[in-house]
Write a protein that binds this ligand. Structure first.
Ligand SMILES: [Zn+2]
Length: 198
């Protein structure tokens, strides 16, 4: 960012956020300088807390203020079931349905030749490491039904043949949204309950 003017800097910075173009960014910045001015210190604090206090859980890889995170450190959860998801947003959605009591593993993305995302860019080795202890008996692939999601599920189920673990996928034959994020909670509950062996 070469801008020196704080207004231009803020606009350029906000315009980098997903779904926000320069026009929306400019609207936000002028709102923050005008009627939203009193929210500026709070916002600044919120963002600095995000940066300073949130780290990655060394277990599942999710963002968390503690390591291990609340889910990984909860001894009441089923240690034999591990659900593989794309990102932490998916964990939030699944947790809301209250229909899964195991643990999670976040890949941090999906395989995508288009964006040059190969297996080494995802937390796949970390996943295999977690399986080495033999504690996990069932691994549930809960990835989206997009092309990238399918390719990733396929890649993982091939590799997982080397491990003594039962591999399942969320139930199909339902209106599967490309992204799990957009499934309603009942469909998601059904998909988790009706998971099928790969
Ligand atoms: Zn965790």
């Amino acid at each position: 960012m070469k801008e020196k003017n704080p207004i231009d800097k803020a606009i350029k910075g906000l315009a980098r956020l997903p779904g926000i173009g320069e026009k929306s960014a400019a609207r936000m910045v002028y709102w923050l300088l005008g009627e939203g001015r009193e929210t500026l210190p709070d916002l600044a604090k919120v963002f600095s807390e995000l940066r300073e206090e949130v780290k990655n859980c060394s277990g599942c890889g999710d963002y968390s203020v503690s390591d291990p995170c609340a889910v990984c450190s909860d001894s009441g959860r089923d240690q034999s079931a591990l659900m593989v998801v794309e990102d932490g947003k998916t964990v939030k959605v699944i947790e809301k349905t209250n229909s899964f009591k195991g643990r999670y593993h976040i890949l941090g993305g999906l395989l995508s030749p288009r964006f040059a995302i190969g297996p080494e860019k995802l937390r796949i080795n970390e996943l295999f490491k977690r399986l080495e202890s033999g504690q996990v008996k069932e691994l549930i692939l809960a990835l989206s039904s997009s092309q990238e999601g399918e390719a990733t599920s396929q890649y993982l189920s091939d590799k997982l043949k080397d491990f003594k673990v039962r591999v399942t996928r969320l139930a199909r034959g339902m209106p599967i949204a490309a992204s799990i994020e957009y499934l309603d909670s009942e469909s998601l509950k059904f998909a988790i309950g009706g998971r099928q062996e790969v």
